[in-house]
Design a protein around this ligand. Sequence first.
Ligand SMILES: Nc1ncnc2c1ncn2[C@@H]1O[C@H](COP(=O)(O)OP(=O)(O)OP(=O)(O)O)[C@@H](O)[C@H]1O
Ligand SMILES: [Mg+2]
Length: 408
Amino acid sequence: MRWSYPEQFSTFASHYASDRRQPMSTFLAKKTGILGGGQLGKMLAQAAADWHLPIYALDASRDYPAGLCATGMVVGSYQRREDVLAFGRQMDVLTIEIEHVHTGALRELQAMGKVVHPNPVALELIKDKGAQKEFFQKEGLPTAPYQLFPSAQAIAQAVQQGRLSLPFVQKTRTAGYDGKGVQVVRTSSDVSHLLQGPSVVEPLCDIDKELAVLVARNARGECAVYDPVEMVFHPQANLVELLVCPARLPNDLAQQAQQLARRTIEAFDICGLLAVEMFLLRNGTLWLNEVAPRPHNSGHHTIEAAATSQFQQHLRAIHNLALGPTALRKPAAMVNLLGAADSQPGRAHWQGVDRALQLSEVYVHNYGKAFSRPFRKMGHATVLAPTVGQAIERARQVQQWIRIEGVQ
Ligand SMILES: Nc1ncnc2c1ncn2[C@@H]1O[C@H](COP(=O)(O)OP(=O)(O)OP(=O)(O)O)[C@@H](O)[C@H]1O
Ligand SMILES: [Mg+2]
């Protein structure tokens, strides 16, 4: 493990003592460690800078997005027990920007007296989609019915024997993200291309809208819930095209969704943020899809559009400070800026940003990733407008204009 900044510390034992600069003036002298140094870590570090909060990220390279904004970037693996322990020992409070971390090490750090949010027990439930579904069921949280299978072979056998009918959705229990590890199985020929590994299988739901509700909670038990976000799908490609807030929903459904998010964070006993993904079915039922105990893609608009950004809210929540107001200042639409689908992997080359910036209330975020490949999340843009419709229209324009290619 290598320590990169401010100096090559053999240990962080006393950051302030070994740092020759004047001690920082801060109302919160809590060294905060993030497992993961991607774009979520970067934006968390940006929010921490407002308070001059010392914040460090652990990830494979100091060149990862958080490297620009964190007080220090520590090179190591968040999946390796020794690295997480060595990193965590030097911190006061630990959090994550990705679920797939070594939770055993987090348990050890917690036993040493470190503050760890989200709590490792919840994290272990959440990082396994099967355990997560079992938890929803046990807690009476509404979700699609499901079956657990140990392997692709067992699923194929269940289909053959008529115990499982087509169509269905297969999700690998661990290591899936951004739709990887999820597939719809419609035909018997699809059954010969099942994903390998232990899986959750669910019926294909009749979804009207996909929603996400962000909720934050601190150790005093206070909760703050954001307005539901709606994921708008591309009509042909079946890809999430953009996210809009507020979701276009009747008030009572929006409140029901917020209530469900609050119940969910309380059930998991999580401090920090929880992003709660839901399906609104065509029959009006709300079902939990899955949760993420950290800042989330569906909350990026809160940076410019809400009274408190999700990143500052997460810091408030993990440090047991008062939570901020969640009110939406203006309707917003957010698009992910992805590596162009028809371009080679290569050095990232951005085009069209200047044109997009000529529109009013367009906020472009570049995560600073050096390399682009098709569909890689390279940044995002949030558009604010007087109405959701106008925000969507402008966001689509921005998405068309900004192109990120890989060049050799
Ligand atoms: N039971 C289901 N019925 C219909 N569609 C589903 C079902 N489960 C998942 N999907 C679709 O697949 C998408 C991805 O599923 P899920 O959220 O479980 O996986 P993921 O890999 O964690 O995705 P992401 O990281 O993008 O959130 C959902 O957003 C939804 O569009
Ligand atoms: Mg999901």
